[in-house]
Design a protein around this ligand. Structure first.
Ligand SMILES: Nc1ncnc2c1ncn2[C@@H]1O[C@H](COP(=O)(O)OP(=O)(O)OP(=O)(O)O)[C@@H](O)[C@H]1O
Length: 303
């Protein structure tokens, strides 16, 4: 484990923002930190990165106690905060050189490192612009380059793709995936597709409490539930399928039925029996695992 968060609690006044939060992250993997608005994601990230104190609990980064030794730990962490604070009047190169200087890097190495990161984050075409003149996607690249400048082993990214257009979104995700190799990455997001696209592990937080922590594949498989999606030529009625427990119409309306089941073989038999008995024309019958969005809604709404 390169990052271990244990029983972290945090109050803002009388409001408990974090309640015994524990989870861990491993090198070479991207952990999706998922939660609705106000769940406690940014608060957790600010505590890990030393920007905020905790009321109780422990954070260990590469074996070091981050809350007790922030100066020792902060060089090991790269942080892209939610609002990506940058200096709009600075030029990209100037800003990155300035940031590198804050880590006490040698002047002779700074230029080389900045050039390397400009290349890596594809900032090259915009490199002569001031930060204030950049599009949001390019500003995120600068934020990422800034977070990576000291080659940290742990990377904390707070909603790195919020507000990006679909093309920028794909590019930034690709970039995160690329820079994540050999690092431990925690990425907070509301976007389930993002987690499905680039994360191997998932932690779900709601109202300051951890509700799930698992590899993504296990979370999806472990629900034990699959969905059968049936499409017919004719409109259907839910009462015909009352033998099956969880049945609803799908997104396509009354010609599409979704059956949630832990026994797909038996449910498929029942469905086909009804189709035959009612002489309906079957267009398709497919099986899918539950997507993360459905699981997330179930996990957070059952709290
Ligand atoms: N500085 C603060 N003072 C008082 N309350 C705060 C402060 N920062 C956060 N909170 C509250 O703590 C809770 C957790 O907030 P936090 O920003 O950590 O959630 P989040 O999961 O990052 O939300 P979002 O996805 O909306 O960014 C919220 O109820 C929020 O209003």
């Amino acid at each position: 484990m390169s990052l271990e968060v244990s029983r972290l609690s945090k109050f803002y006044g009388t409001q408990k923002a974090l309640d015994q939060v524990s989870f861990s992250a491993m090198p070479g993997r991207i952990l999706g930190f998922l939660g609705p608005n106000g769940a406690g994601k940014s608060t957790t990230m600010k505590i890990i990165t030393g920007y905020l104190g905790a009321d109780s609990g422990e954070v260990k980064v590469l074996g070091e106690n981050a809350l007790e030794n922030p100066k020792l730990v902060s060089p090991k962490i790269g942080y892209l905060p939610e609002n990506n604070p940058l200096y709009p009047d600075m030029y990209i190169r100037e800003f990155l050189e300035f940031s590198a200087g804050l880590y006490g890097m040698k002047a002779s190495y700074i230029k080389e490192r900045v050039a390397e990161l400009i290349q890596k984050t594809s900032l090259f075409p915009e490199q002569h612009k001031k930060i204030g003149q950049l599009s949001k996607g390019y500003r995120q690249r600068v934020g990422l380059a800034r977070a990576l400048i000291h080659d940290p082993q742990v990377l904390i990214l707070d909603e790195p793709t919020t507000g990006l257009d679909p093309n920028q979104l794909v590019e930034i995700r690709h970039l995160i995936k690329e820079v994540a190799e050999n690092k431990t990455v925690i990425l907070s997001t509301h976007i389930m597709q993002e987690v499905e696209a680039i994360c191997q592990d998932v932690v779900i937080i709601n109202k300051g409490k951890i509700l799930a922590e698992s590899p993504l594949s296990e979370l999806k498989a472990g629900s034990g539930q699959v969905e059968l999606v049936l499409e017919t030529e004719e409109e259907l009625e839910l009462v015909w399928f009352e033998k099956l427990e969880k049945v609803r119409f799908g997104g396509k309306g009354k010609k599409q039925l979704v059956v949630e089941t832990s026994d797909p073989t038996e449910s498929r038999k029942v469905l086909l029996h009804i189709i035959t008995a009612r002489s309906l024309n079957l267009n398709s019958l497919n099986q899918t695992t539950k997507n993360l969005e459905t699981l997330f809604r179930e996990i957070t709404q059952n709290q």
